[in-house]
Every structure is written in structure tokens, then in C-alpha cells.
Design a protein around this ligand. Structure first.
Ligand code: GLN
Length: 444
């Protein structure tokens, strides 16, 4: 039924860069056979899902939505893909995204734009927009996204899904093509909080192949599917309800907060005073890391190669043809921020700001258990509406601080404004995924 639904909606929605139908049917048949033999199956066995196309899949091309990797077929699976396969989960395809996960709408994809199933003139958000659109349109039951500055939570918000960015290090990044390695995390996009817990169970945990993985066992997140927020201390950061936010979005979030109060949560205002510096710090740090990570695409090891008169000419032509404008912008910004003479003024300063942002959260979490905010300042915007890159960057103001601090954050649907879904974000302490899942489940 997932494939039939895909036939129906995919010509309009365009969630997938590559569909893996034959493999999906074989995986499903293997689960059927298991059931036929009377063997026990895992919770996700036979359940179809989409994988963002910056997560490596053995034998299936993994493009990062970039022309430079249009023909790249990884010889190995990402750890998360291995873990899902071990459960018998079915992979329906590789989802569209912004090129190398740089963007918030899929408009930076090197191939095409995906569309928001709630209003096909609008973006599904990004960068994991294909993943969110596939789940919202019923093409897939679950999807994996990656979140460096909001790329799971913002598209989940725009498409009316649940999206969770785990604590940095909770989920292995092995096989996730690096954008900004100190910020990137893989996480689930699903229709509800129960499915979110099930997918997180499948992918969380230590991995010796990722040197930044946390070596602490992951709990069973389905145990957090409990309807109770009595006595939960909820903080509302006042900086997240100020200027730039669509008034109806703020009102919708406030209504959900009233519900939390009615259910017995203790809600109070808190302050995260360095919030306004998070966005500029991120847009120095992420491009700086990206400029280094993307140096490997030189036409030699893998991917696209343009013929050149000598090796320097080949490098130049390969990278000029292979990368899109936003990726080039970030490589230039990042290289500049890291260059001698500017390193202290930009990169080092941004790292110091990052520490201040983290300290803001530490102080808030001395008083409250979770923070509640809007996921994004507006609902999904029209395709082409945010042509200025700076305007696009501003969509990330409520999600980026969470990545800078390495914290877990979940976006859940919280009603509609003018027919478009609004996302509510719940932020937790490090490794407190269970706490935000429980609060999300209670609000659902
Ligand atoms: N929109 C942000 C950016 O363009 C976040 C992207 C992400 O989380 N991968 O960098």
C-alpha cells in the first residue's frame, strides 16, 4: 500500500531521489516468510520507511542531493541503516533534501524541489524535506533525517510530523555524509510519538565506528509513552516568543502551554540571554566545518569528475560544475572564517559564543526539566518566497541553539494556522530523550 500511495502522490510531491522498490518488496517478503515460519519479528519488521539521501546505503546511490555525488554508490551501510535492517525494516528509497543538508526548504537540492503535502505550492521545509513529505503524504510510515541546525525538526513542523533530534552522540553518525560534524545528528521523522520512540529505539546506542558516540546504553524509549506531566517543570524561554515570530504561531503554542498547565505541569518563564548570537555563530561554525568536510570532493576519489587540462584545472571544473550556489557560498564563508588573520575574529569568537549558548541552557535546566518553544517562527512558506539566503537562515533561529548545545529536541504537531501545520518544540537536558518523548506523548 505504501508503493501504491507513492504511485499516486509522487509525481506531485517528489519526496524521493531514488526509489528502491525491488529491494523493499524483497525485504517485505523476507518478513512475511519469517511470520509464516512462526518466528518472532521486531517492532519495525515490514514497516516501510525512507532514508535521507545523505545517509549511506550499500549498493544504492547516495547523492546528498548534489550533482557532485550523482553517481556515488557507497560500498557500505551507515550504522543506522544496518540497525534498521536488523529489525527487518523496509527501505522504500532515498529522500530528497537540500544539497549536503544546507538549507531549509529542499530548494537547494541539486535535482528538484519537494512539495508540502498540505499545500503543494509550499516547501516541505528542510533540509530533510523529502523525508518529512514522504511521511506526511503517506508514502512512508517513518523516515530518517539529519539535523545540523534544525533539519529534522523544521520540516517535521512544516509537514505536521513528529521529528526528533537526539543528543549529540546518542545516534551513530557512521555513514552520515558530514556537513558540520560537531553538530550533525540523525533522527526519526514519524506520524506520531509512539512511532518516534520505536524508530529511536532501533537507531540509538553506542557505536565504536563513531568516535563521538556516547558510550552509555540507550533506554527503551517506549517506556516513556506515558500520559503524565504532573509536576513537570516547563520553562518558556522569553527570547523565543519575541520579534520575527508569526503572531498566530505564538498564540497556537501558548494554547498548548495552557493545556500543559491544565494537566498539572509547572510552567514558568526563563531566559536564554545569548539566543540572538546563536544564529550568527552557527553560520560561521557550520560553514567552517563544511569547507573542510567538502574538500574531499575533488573528482579523484569518487563522484563527478570534469575533464581538465591539468589536475588543478580538473579540480576547479569538477567543483564548479558539481556544487550548487549555496554549497559554494558556504565553502567560501567557511574558508574565509578559518583563514589566517581571521580565525581569531570569526571562528574562535563563534566557538566562544557557542559555549555561552550552552551555559544559558545549563542555567535554565537548573530550574526546569524541559523547555517549550515554537519549532520555527512561521508555517511553511511558498516555493521561491525566501530567495534571500539571510531570510532563509532566519527560519532556524529556534532550532540552531539546540544543536550548538548538543541537546535533544523534538517537534510535534500543535494545530494549524490558515490550514498549515504548526510545530511545537520540546528541548531536554543531555540524554533526556525519554523526558521530551513523555511530554510530547502527553500533549499529543
Ligand atoms: N537550515 C540550516 C542550514 O541551512 C540547518 C540545516 C541542517 O540542519 N542540516 O544549515
Amino acid at each position: 500500500s505504501s508503493l501504491a500511495r507513492t504511485d499516486e502522490v509522487e509525481p506531485t510531491i517528489r519526496s524521493y531521489i531514488t526509489e528502491t522498490r525491488e529491494q523493499a518488496l524483497a525485504q517485505a517478503a523476507a518478513v512475511d516468510a519469517k511470520i509464516g515460519r512462526g518466528e518472532a519479528i521486531a517492532p519495525l519488521a515490514g514497516i516501510p520507511g525512507a532514508i535521507k539521501d545523505n545517509i549511506c546505503t550499500r549498493g544504492t546511490r547516495t547523492t546528498c542531493a548534489s550533482k557532485i555525488l550523482a553517481n556515488f554508490v557507497p560500498p557500505y551501510d551507515a550504522t543506522v541503516v544496518d540497525k534498521l535492517a536488523a529489525q527487518g525494516a523496509v527501505v522504500t528509497g532515498k529522500a530528497n533534501c537540500d544539497e549536503f543538508a544546507m538549507g531549509g526548504s529542499t530548494e537547494n537540492s541539486g535535482f528538484f524541489v519537494s512539495r508540502n503535502p498540505w499545500d503543494t505550492d509550499r516547501v516541505p521545509g528542510g533540509s530533510s524535506g523529502g523525508s518529512a513529505a514522504a511521511v506526511a503524504a503517506g508514502e512512508a510510515v517513518w523516515a530518517l533525517g539529519s539535523d545540523t541546525g534544525g533539519s529534522i525538526r523544521q520540516p517535521a513542523a512544516y509537514c505536521g510530523n513528529v521529528g526528533l533530534k537526539p543528543t549529540y552522540g546518542r545516534v551513530s553518525r557512521y555513514g552520515l555524509v558530514a556537513y558540520a560534524s560537531s553538530l550533525d545528528q540523525i533522527g526519526p521523522i514519524t506520524r506520531d510519538v509512539t512511532d518516534c520512540a520505536l524508530v529511536l529505539n532501533a537507531i540509538a546506542g553506542y557505536d565504536a565506528k563513531d568516535s563521538t558516540a556516547i558510550n552509555i546504553d540507550a533506554p527503551d524509549y517506549t517506556r516513556a509513552l506515558v500520559n503524565n506531566v504532573k509536576g513537570l517543570r516547563v520553562g518558556l524561554p522569553k527570547e523565543y516568543f519575541g520579534t520575527g515570530i508569526q503572531p498566530e504561531v505564538a498564540t497556537t503554542i501558548k494554547k498548548a502551554v495552557d493545556q500543559l498547565i491544565a494537566m498539572g505541569a509547572e510552567v514558568k518563564e526563563v531566559s536564554l540571554p545569548h539566543t540572538e548570537y546563536a544564529l550568527p555563530a552557527y553560520y560561521l561554525l557550520a560553514p567552517a566545518e563544511a569547507s573542510s568536510n567538502l574538500a574531499r570532493y575533488d573528482g579523484v576519489g569518487f563522484g563527478h569528475r570534469a575533464p581538465g587540462t591539468d589536475i588543478i584545472d580538473m579540480y576547479k571544473k569538477t567543483r564548479s560544475e558539481g556544487f550548487g550556489p549555496e554549497v559554494k557560498r558556504r565553502i567560501m564563508l567557511g574558508t574565509y572564517a578559518l583563514s589566517s588573520g581571521y580565525y581569531d575574529a570569526y571562528y574562535l569568537k563563534a566557538l566562544q559564543v557557542r559555549t555561552l549558548v550552552k551555559q544559558d541552557f545549563d542555567q535554565a535546566f537548573a530550574e526546569v526539566d524541559v523547555l517549550v518553544t515554537p519549532t520555527a517562527p512561521t508555517t511553511a512558506f511558498k516555493i521561491g518566497e525566501l530567495s534571500d539566503p539571510l531570510a532563509m537562515y532566519l527560519q532556524d533561529i529556534f532550532t540552531i541553539p539546540v544543536n550548538l548545545a548538543g541537546l535533544p529536541g523534538i517537534s510535534i504537531p500543535c494545530g494549524f494556522v490558515h490550514g498549515l501545520p504548526v510545530g511545537l518544540q520540546i528541548i531536554g537536558k543531555p540524554l533526556a530523550e525519554a523526558a521530551i518523548i513523555q511530554a510530547a506523548y502527553t500533549l499529543e
